[in-house]
Design a protein. Structure first.
Length: 451
């Protein structure tokens, strides 16, 4: 199973210096074989030749203190002013060896252990595992992910595949009666009338050419068409965060959708999973229309350890976004996730507000927002498709987050959205846990509907 967030995958490697020139390797070996006392004397001699360091916080004769900033994320972050950068907590590491403090004394106080950023692995590089163990671990993750996705679409599979099994029992050939049953099953799964008609045309051509003559080939033909539709939709919108160059920062994701579809939960899960892979994430609470929105986000921010920029209710959302962009650039954040009001698609004034936010983002960061994700509740079925149509007109939606996929028999809405709107399904919610927000995999989805 690949990374959840691939944009920074290129710089997550540590050089082990295995390809150093021979001379450099000899020097390293000589250094390692040097006795500790001799090494300490060399360090003292080198320190005496270095120019004195200036530090306004250090008194005469004080040891050099190495200050290392650590991200806070303990709770909501106050709004930074334009003149000052947001404050960061700092942790003092152990002092370095100096002429006044020999190496032996410096070693008396061990450095604090830095916890891993990712809760999913004890070693990011996997250096504590053999190649066989790494391969076995990856295979286990793939099987677990596939099984979870299969369980998420179980209700839809029962509506579609098992109904076909029942209809086909006792039949020796595919006739119009079976195709009528197939049409009903596809529409019941919320694949949509237009998409269903397209699939049936393909099936009829296959039957006429004697290419489809049993249930196995029939299911395979349907799977091929569904996968083709989902793959085709990835050519529009934003199918991957890697489409934006890494030197553009922060990567701005705007999340839109009506109230009750799981928008706040989705933002919290996105922030948690992206942060777990070593990225600095910031959340912007630009939903100032609903009183409880910022409070709900604050709970998620505290739970996931991600800083939150928020202001009082009624503040101009574009102003909150402006402050969040300034803060994200000041702290060097990799990703800024922007919450927006739960807009009803028939409220033109709220849609105009969303357009204003997009203009503000574009002025501050090149190409922002880089993604506009529409959160759709899979349970709503065709109503979710209508929401997507309306948001696409004014919000420039680039992708879909399909929530509650595990709680409906209408999971075919993913195909309807992909076919009728040409929008990729970016993420899918398959449970209540933090890691139950997954990258949507068309192949696993289609396989889960029939196997």
């Amino acid at each position: 199973m690949g990374l959840f967030w691939k944009r920074k995958s290129g710089d997550q490697f540590v050089s082990l210096k295995l390809n150093e020139p021979l001379a450099a390797a000899d020097k390293l070996a000589e250094r390692l074989e040097t006795p500790a006392a001799e090494t300490a004397s060399v360090d003292r001699a080198r320190a005496q030749t270095l120019p004195p360091q200036t530090n306004s916080t250090r008194g005469p004769g004080s040891p050099v203190i190495d200050l290392e900033p650590t991200p806070t994320g303990a709770g909501p972050t106050p709004i930074p002013s334009e003149r000052t950068a947001p404050e960061k907590e700092i942790t003092v590491t152990r002092p370095l060896p100096t002429p006044e403090r020999p190496a032996e004394v410096a070693k008396s106080k061990p450095a604090a252990t830095v916890p891993s950023r990712s809760p999913f692995a004890t070693s990011v590089l996997g250096l504590n595992l053999s190649l066989e163990e790494l391969q076995a671990q990856e295979a286990a993750l793939e099987q677990e992910f596939s099984a979870r996705f299969r369980r998420a679409v179980a209700a839809t599979r029962e509506t579609l595949s098992e109904r076909l099994d029942t209809v086909f029992q006792g039949l020796k050939q595919i006739d119009e009666n079976l195709l009528d049953e197939l049409e009903e099953a596809l529409i019941a799964a919320d694949i949509g009338v237009a998409t269903t008609q397209h699939i049936l045309e393909t099936v009829r051509r296959g039957v006429a050419r004697k290419q489809i003559n049993d249930l196995v080939t029939l299911k395979q033909a349907i799977k091929d068409e569904l996968l083709k539709i989902l793959r085709q939709s990835e050519k529009q919108g934003v199918a991957s965060e890697t489409s934006v160059p890494e030197n553009v920062a922060p990567y701005v994701m705007m999340v839109v959708g009506v109230n009750g579809v799981g928008k706040t939960t989705t933002i919290g899960k996105l922030a948690s999973r992206i942060k777990a892979e070593g990225n600095d994430v910031l959340i912007c609470a630009a939903d100032t229309f609903r009183a409880a929105a910022s409070d709900q986000l604050a709970i998620w921010a505290e739970r996931t350890g991600v800083p939150l920029i928020q202001q009082k209710q009624g503040t101009d959302p574009a102003a909150v976004l402006f402050d969040s962009l300034k803060a994200a650039k000041a702290r060097g954040s990799d990703v800024l996730i922007v919450d927006t009001a739960g807009r009803l698609h028939n409220k033109s004034n709220l849609m105009a507000e969303l357009e204003k936010m997009k203009r503000v983002a574009g002025r501050e960061v090149e190409g922002a927002p880089h993604e506009t994700l529409l959160v759709v509740d899979a349970v709503t079925g065709q109503n979710g498709l209508e929401q997507a149509r309306q948001f696409l007109k004014v919000a420039g939606v680039t992708g879909i987050v399909l929530t509650k996929l595990d709680g409906t028999a209408k999971g075919g809405i993913a195909v309807a959205i992909a076919n009728e709107l040409g929008l990729p399904i970016r993420y899918a919610g398959i449970g209540e846990k933090v890691d139950d927000l997954v990258v949507f995999d068309p192949q696993l989805y289609v396989n889960g509907l029939f196997e």
